[in-house]
Design a protein. Structure first.
Length: 265
């Protein structure tokens, strides 16, 4: 693939974050590009249905996860691109209803990770960062040109939903205007989202943050903080997390240094 096309996909997914540390776009040179009916030739990686013409998929040549991704292009959906980075063990269902959407899944997701995605509109972009794992996350997007961005090295527990739209309009009856339009969601690098959390439109979850179980996140969360509750509120500042049972001293030190740059005082 030409560098111009790769840069175009990167810009579509990440916008002003393209090239920023913590948002690692997959290397397309490590992947094979399949388009149209060719997409059916990888049953080890994809279970496909719907209209394949005018759509394309980038996949690693060697499958890792034994569970294929169920990919559906509904109706006349065309011009859509799915990228699954090298060494990523992702499975789940991806449903695309619109046109000219890009879904980019980062590299090095070494744990079997389930992500279910539904894109209702056109020119949308979903970016899922390198090494970001999920025990069960649903991403639902609506609104032409909208974007959901998840940074590198995040961790999602079970039964989590990220939505950039309420899915139905609320209307001011005096002005006739919609008062709840879709809005982009950004989850910055190294965020841990607890079980049964719901993250709503217009929210930014700052880097290194922790979202408590069963939280309703309808406002932005500071970096390196714990937010919990319904609605989620700041529960503790200057905290972060590590993956092993016991935190590694070198990781804690690096997070502390980063917190002093980006986190709450």
């Amino acid at each position: 693939m030409g560098s111009a096309d790769a840069n175009s996909l990167r810009e579509h997914c990440l916008g002003p974050l393209a090239g920023t540390a913590g948002y690692s776009f997959p290397d397309l040179d490590l992947l094979e590009c399949l388009s149209g009916d060719e997409i059916r030739t990888r049953p080890d990686k994809l279970s496909v249905s719907g209209n394949l013409q005018g759509n394309r998929v980038y996949l690693a040549r060697q499958p890792l996860c034994p569970h294929p991704i169920h990919l559906v292009f509904h109706g006349n959906a065309t011009g859509n691109t799915l990228i699954v980075g090298a060494h990523s063990e992702l499975f789940g269902a991806i449903n695309v209803h619109g046109h000219d959407n890009t879904i980019a899944i980062g590299e090095d997701i070494r744990q079997w990770s389930m992500v279910n995605v539904r894109l209702w509109s056109s020119r949308q972009a979903l970016f899922w960062g390198a090494g970001t794992t999920s025990n069960g996350c649903e991403v639902v997007m609506q609104g032409d040109g909208s974007r959901v961005t998840v940074g590198d090295d995040c961790m999602f527990a079970n039964n989590i939903c990220v939505r950039n739209s309420d899915m139905h309009p609320m209307v001011d009856l005096r002005s006739g205007k919609c008062i709840n339009p879709p809005a982009d969601v950004r989850i910055e690098p190294h965020v841990w989202v607890g079980q049964d959390a719901l993250i709503l439109k217009g929210v930014t979850v700052g880097r290194g943050a922790i979202i408590g179980a069963k939280s309703l996140v309808n406002r932005s969360v500071q970096p390196y903080s714990l937010a919990a509750g319904a609605p989620a509120r700041l529960a503790r500042a200057n905290v972060s997390w590590d993956r092993p049972e016991f935190p590694r001293a070198e990781v804690v030190q690096a997070l502390a240094q980063d917190c002093f740059r980006f986190g709450p005082a």
